[in-house]
Design a protein around this ligand. Structure first.
Ligand code: PEP
Ligand code: MG
Length: 755
């Protein structure tokens, strides 16, 4: 058989013309296979499209029996076509029938063909179908022929993704591309969102795949590559990026790949085949993705992901495309889907359109997740592979309660979630109605329900939740999202905005709690083996007093003439609070000397997060104006479990006798010394643990804003003295072995208390 070298350039041009013509879908597909067969001098050209039920159906053919179209089919992994689809790799065989995977389909009449070449139809690494050419003689196709067929497959991928084949899909069948997908990840921010996907690093839709002039395209590619390298260097120099260890690592890898000769060579080769620079990037990227999906080594997969991200960046350089958050195409109910993301990037999205966040990476304490949670949107992390499954604009449901993402959900799933959402909204409505109801228990005990905050985006929740004030303002969050150390004047203005918003509601600022998992780039410290117990918070502040003094000064200036409430995190011994007080006194003097107005009154508190403090609690009370229990850290150190380690953090019940006894000892020490004791941290955010706190004597608690409603609803029906009797009796009775949680649940159910 005499084979001419195919001309990919001409083929692509013809195919592109066919794609643009106003044709019926089947007609278009038939002409496409005809064109490919002619161009490649093939006796047969067939297209198999992957259906949602994992079956590859023959959609068009030239050369095989026409009657077999829409009837002949193979399962994923079955026959040569199924093997190509499953492996996402081409097969080039001189004698197809001697291949062990060969499966004879009598309806097609293919027994007379020997040579066989099939390539996967790929889009973003997903297999959408298989494109095959066959000839009667026995010969292997050349490397150029494989490349040419792969390039044609790219156009077919575009056609399938455009939805054009929907009309010729048999009733009751669905194409795989439209299949709904559910993925599980880690739930980091509760709530439910129904919205439409916005890929943080969107795939660029390329309209011009076929080049007019290869040299000009190579020049474009090189120029874009230069810009890409430059932009990565720039990113690496930005402080907010270098602050994030994992983010930095990714960028370092990008830089390495951006200088990789092999990658550049593959791109240039694809251009020489007749593709535009964009087309070449897409082609090489698709091959990479297909390989990535089959890799099992997580390290290698990550590197492939990096290369894929890099290809996206290169495409954006070539097309000048960026996410347009104001444009018509940006959904009003955006669910942002990303592999990795920094906190500042999230803040770039319009808050009012943001409904949820799904990340492939991230941990409960990643900065971006802290920010997303502060925004009150549902967040899912560790949703492996989600970005490749989603197209911009796809319907997405984010279930931040159970850690699930549903992409292109089925109607039944949407209906179920709409119902869930309605119920939630009704509950939210009920909680909102409680906003102006006083937090008084059924037996007339008044408690204070405060909220935790840390960013300006949190402040509207002060009004929405009906909190009495901010019981914990985590000042370090502002430092964490900044690209450099906030200047004194910036800090002052920030604190003033917080105070202005709060009006006459009290705000308790916590001095910087950096170190441990809360790192800031411009304050580098050495690697620590146990950072949670390392050089952090007050320890760092006392060793580097400049930082603390600058912050105290900003806080004092912002609250000039008013009351300033400030507390110090992670105090381990009383001496530390004495030192902090001395530092503050010095600052007051300094300010007075320079004629600055100082606060009318300063209240200094200590956070109780280290168990040792309990053994000098009376001494501590003598030194402070108030104590705030940081239950997250206190529990971590009390039980010796790492709060960020999902394997152990839920191992023991937080509502246990030992922990409740400890919390009760603290509140009693406050009563004894006449020093107010409050509790901030997640413990107060769950109605059942808040119930325990009220029972053992806490009268002021601070929690996440969304918890105020549920906790208040629980409180209103509660007879505090009755539950106190039950709980205290159990805590004082070593022979009572009923778990405290069970005891509280029983009390709540007997008294109709909503938990
Ligand atoms: C705590 O430890 O309970 C606390 C409120 O501080 P953070 O969660 O910021 O460590
Ligand atoms: Mg803490």
């Amino acid at each position: 058989m005499n084979h001419q070298a195919p001309s990919p350039r001409i083929l692509l041009k013809r195919l592109r013309e066919l794609m643009a013509e106003p044709l019926e879908p089947q007609d278009r597909l038939d002409r496409i296979v005809g064109q490919i067969a002619d161009n490649m001098v093939a006796a047969v050209c067939s297209v198999y499209v992957l259906r949602a039920d994992s079956v590859l159906e023959l959609y068009a053919t030239q050369g095989l029996k026409r009657d077999a179209v829409h009837l002949a089919s193979l399962r994923m992994g079955q026959g040569l076509v199924g093997t190509i689809a499953a492996s996402a790799r081409p097969l080039n065989l001189s004698d197809a029938q001697s291949h062990p995977a060969f499966r004879y389909l009598p309806e097609t009449g293919e027994e007379i063909y020997h040579s066989f070449m099939g390539v996967p139809i790929l889009r973003a690494g997903r297999t959408l179908g298989v494109l095959v050419v066959q000839n009667t003689d026995e010969h292997a196709y050349s490397e150029e022929e494989v490349e040419a067929l792969q390039t044609a497959a790219m156009l077919l991928a575009e056609l399938i993704a455009s939805g054009d084949l929907k009309k010729i899909t048999r009733p009751g069948m669905e194409l795989d591309l439209m299949r709904s997908v559910s993925l599980s990840g880690d739930a980091y921010g509760e709530g439910i969102a129904l919205g439409h996907a916005v890929l943080h690093e969107p795939r660029i839709m390329i309209n011009n795949l076929v080049n007019e002039d290869s040299d000009a395209e190579i020049a474009r590619l090189r120029a874009a590559m230069e810009k890409l390298r430059f932009s990565i260097d720039e990113l690496l120099q930005r402080n907010d990026v270098s602050s994030e260890g994992e983010h930095r690592e990714v960028l370092e890898t990008y830089r390495m790949f951006a200088h990789d000769r092999g990658w550049v060579r593959r791109l240039e080769e694809a251009i020489m085949l007749g593709l535009t620079a964009e087309g070449a990037v897409e082609k090489v990227q698709s091959d990479t993705k297909a390989r990535m999906i089959r890799l099992t080594d997580p390290f290698m997969r990550d590197r492939m992901h990096d290369l894929d991200d890099l290809a996206n960046r290169l495409l954006r350089q070539l097309t000048g495309h960026a996410v347009d958050t104001d444009g018509e195409n940006f959904p009003e109910d955006a669910v942002v889907v990303a592999r990795v993301m920094g906190p500042a990037e999230l803040l770039d999205y319009p808050r009012e359109k943001l409904r949820g966040l799904v990340l492939e990476e991230g941990a409960a304490t990643s900065h971006v997740i802290i920010v997303a949670r502060a925004m009150g949107i549902p967040v899912i992390g560790q949703a492996t592979g989600v970005a490749a499954q989603v197209e911009n604009g796809d319907a997405v449901i984010v279930d931040g309660d159970d850690g699930e993402v549903h992409v292109r959900p089925l109607d039944a799933v949407i209906t179920a979630y709409e119902e869930k959402l309605r119920l939630r909204a009704r509950r939210q409505e009920q909680f909102r109605a409680l906003r102006s109801v006083d937090p008084v228990s059924a037996d007339g005990v008044r408690v204070k329900l405060m909220m935790n905050a840390g960013l300006l985006v949190d402040l509207p929740q002060l009004d929405d939740s009906g909190a009495e004030g901010i019981g914990l303002f985590r000042t370090e969050l502002q430092f964490m999202i900044a690209s450099r150390m906030p200047k004194a004047a910036e800090q002052e203005s920030f604190y003033r905005q917080v105070l202005d918003h709060a009006g006459n509601r009290p705000v308790t600022f916590r001095t910087l709690d950096i170190g441990s998992d809360k790192m800031v780039s411009y304050f580098r410290s050495q690697e620590e083996e146990n950072p949670a117990m390392g050089w952090r918070a007050i320890r760092l502040a006392l060793d580097r007093p400049y930082l603390l003094r600058m912050q105290l000064r900003a806080l004092m200036k912002a609250s000039a003439g008013e009351t300033l409430r400030v507390m110090v995190p992670m105090v381990s011994e009383v001496g530390e609070i004495r030192e902090a007080r001395a530092l503050m006194a010095k600052e007051v003097q300094h300010m007075a000397r320079f004629g600055h107005r100082v606060p009318r009154r300063i209240e200094l508190g200590a956070m109780l997060e280290v168990p040792a403090l309990l053994y000098e609690i009376d001494e501590l009370m003598a030194e402070v104006d108030f104590v705030s229990v940081g239950s997250n850290d206190l529990y971590q150190f009390f039980m010796a479990i790492d709060r960020g380690n999902a394997r152990v953090s839920d191992r023991y019940d937080t509502i246990s006798k030992p922990f409740l006894r400890m919390l009760r000892d603290i509140v009693r020490a406050g009563e004894r010394n006449n020093v107010p004791v409050t509790l901030c941290g997640e413990y107060a955010s769950k109605p059942i643990s808040a119930l325990a706190l009220f029972a053992i004597g806490y009268r002021s608690v601070s929690m996440s804003a969304t918890a105020i409603g549920p906790v208040k609803a629980m409180l209103l029906g509660l007879d505090i003295s009755a539950v106190s009797n039950v709980v205290n009796a159990a805590l004082d009775d070593p022979s009572n072995l009923t778990p405290m949680r069970a005891l509280l649940e029983r009390f709540a159910s007997e008294h109709n208390i909503p938990l």
